[in-house]
Design a protein around this ligand. Structure first.
Ligand code: ZN
Length: 182
């Protein structure tokens, strides 16, 4: 178990397409999941934000995501979005790999997620709102995609400190709207 350095924007590992995990029950998989948990705990303390980390953010290019919300936590191996609902919403997104920046992105409002846990058991979850956008963000990390790449609309970037002067945190989420087809 260890707190690892969180890789920052510009580090090429954040752009890697991560490998699938062949054995979710292996010691190597457990080690990455434990390090994600410990690193997330330390980062939450430091930045007073955050709900999840993806393995490439701690330098491990494998498809593992760790999520903790309040007392609930999930180690997700090979997570995948298998379906999305018909609606989108705007989100002012943030990321531990560029912790001072907010980026406005468009995300699906609802999504179906599948993943395997550390015991090798498969799960399916129906996600909505904050959980749906979170897992879209984390799974993007596994494909080398950052929220910056999904910047949406005019003026999509703001330093956190400036954004917080002008907005309430509740304004991070826009209303749910039918997806606009390109
Ligand atoms: Zn991130």
């Amino acid at each position: 178990m260890a707190v690892r350095r969180i890789r920052q924007l510009g580090d090429p590992i954040l752009r890697a397409r991560c490998e699938r995990v062949e054995n979710p029950k292996s010691a190597a998989t457990r080690l990455v999941a434990d390090d994600l948990r410990d690193t997330l705990r330390a980062a939450k303390e430091k930045y007073k934000m955050g709900r999840a980390l993806a393995a490439p953010q701690i330098g491990a290019p494998v498809r593992i995501v760790f999520v903790q919300i309040d007392k609930q936590r999930w180690s997700m191996i090979n997570p995948e979005i298998t379906d999305v609902g018909p609606d989108d919403f705007l989100v002012w997104d943030d990321c531990f790999s560029f912790p001072n920046l907010y980026v406005r992105v468009t995300r699906a409002y609802a999504a179906t997620l599948t993943y395997t846990d550390l015991k090798g058991k498969e799960h399916t979850m129906q996600l909505e709102g904050p959980m749906a956008e979170l897992l879209q963000h984390e799974i993007d990390h596994l494909d080398g995609i950052l929220a910056l790449d999904r910047a949406s609309g005019l003026d999509p970037f703001a330093f956190r400190s400036e954004w917080e002067k002008a907005h309430d945190r509740s304004e991070r989420y826009g209303p749910r709207k039918p997806r606009e087809m390109p």
